[in-house]
Write a protein that binds this ligand. Structure first.
Ligand SMILES: *Cc1c(COP(=O)(O)O)cnc(C)c1O
Length: 361
């Protein structure tokens, strides 16, 4: 076996073509006699690499010049802190929709730095098995923050919500970034840890409206102020140079795949294989979320017992399918089917699910 069927939630599978291209250029990048990791981030060769990574993200997401694309460190988790630090104004409330573990962490960071927080809606009443369809903002919202795809619970927003004029919409898209076309103009800021859908860990992509940046709070520690990174083209300090290069290659792969329409179609086909396997199982496999809010990226399900779940995960591993254990906080099983997961991997899992059921039902 050359490659496993990789259902890891993150870091996750990368496109084979990208790994091979990076490998070919690894030792001696484009004949320059050094690897990307060994380049000065101040060199013109590296500048060309980061410029292309920004440019390809803008092309694929159709992002206008009203927005900046930044590459930051500290993961999506650091954004939980930076967002309220920069944009939660005195006398206003930071609004959040709570759809699971990651939303909770975002809320908790805002509170830790003493910001007023308003939870505009929550799906905690049913253990986060759905996406709220209505929400109520506070009197003076500084922004509304949502988690577009809930990596742990397996739900995904099927719409881009709208906010009243003057209320920025800020989104954690870590686990469905670039998985389907979206109307960027509905968002004032999007952030995503690269390691789910567009690259290796160590870098978070931030897409932010320039007008929001300009309106932000001042007197923020240098590294935590978005303007620092915007003014310096994401190179105030040494950026994660190799990760930014890899992100550029992955997004170029998306572009060459046919763009986000094609990627979304492919993601739908993969998810359908697997969801169908449990919809046709007469209850042997039980989905954990409401059908209408099922994520196309993280497919969560239970078997009749924890023993069978352990056996399922073990047997799958013997067939080269890895990463099927649910998040440690929720248990059960989870198949992550990000952009780069090949179609045959999703097919193989669906087939295995049917075989396993026949043997153990
Ligand atoms: C993985 C994940 C995070 C955390 O990302 P880090 O880069 O590890 O900090 C945050 N939000 C969502 C939705 C995630 O899936």
């Amino acid at each position: 076996m050359e490659r496993v069927h990789n259902f890891n939630a993150g870091p996750a599978v990368l496109p084979e073509e990208v790994l091979r291209e990076a490998q070919a250029d690894f030792f001696n990048y484009k004949g320059l006699g050094l690897s990307v990791m060994e380049m000065s981030h101040r060199s013109k060769e590296y500048q060309a690499i980061i410029d292309e990574s920004v440019a390809v993200i803008k092309r694929v997401y159709n992002i206008s010049d009203e927005y900046e694309v930044l590459f930051l460190q500290g993961g999506a988790s650091m954004q939980f802190l930076m967002v309220p630090m920069n944009f939660a104004f005195e006398g206003k409330e930071a609004n959040y929709i709570n759809t699971g573990q990651w939303s909770k962490k975002a809320i908790s960071e805002a509170k830790k730095i003493g910001k007023a927080v308003h939870v505009a809606a929550s799906s905690e009443d049913r253990n986060f098995c759905y996406i709220p369809k209505t929400w109520e903002l506070s009197a003076n919202p500084s922004y509304l923050h949502i988690t577009n795809n809930n990596t742990i619970f397996g739900t995904e927003w099927m719409i881009d919500p709208t906010t009243p004029a003057g209320v920025p919409l800020i989104a954690d898209m870590s686990s469905n970034f670039m998985s389907k076309p979206i109307d960027i103009n509905k968002y004032d800021m999007i952030y995503a840890g690269a390691q789910k859908n567009v690259g290796p860990s160590g870098c978070v992509v931030v897409i932010v409206k320039k007008s929001l940046l300009e309106s932000g709070l001042t007197n923020i520690p240098t590294m935590l102020d978005y303007r620092t990174h915007s003014k310096n083209g994401s190179m105030y300090n040494t950026p994660p140079t190799f990760a930014i290069y890899m992100i550029g290659l992955v997004v170029k792969w998306i572009e060459d795949f046919g763009g986000l329409e094609k990627i979304a179609l492919n993601n739908q086909v993969k998810a359908d294989y697997i969801y169908k396997a449990f919809d046709q199982s007469h209850g042997f496999y039980k989905g954990t979320v409401d059908v209408e809010d099922r994520s196309l990226m993280n497919i969560t399900f239970r078997l009749p017992s924890e023993d069978l779940e352990a056996l399922f995960i073990n047997e799958a591993k013997k067939l080269g399918m890895i990463g099927l254990k649910g998040h440690r906080d929720v248990g059960g099983c989870r198949a992550s089917t990000y952009n780069a997961l090949p179609l045959p991997s999703a097919f193989a899992l669906a087939e295995f699910m049917r075989d396993f059921q026949t043997k153990h039902a």
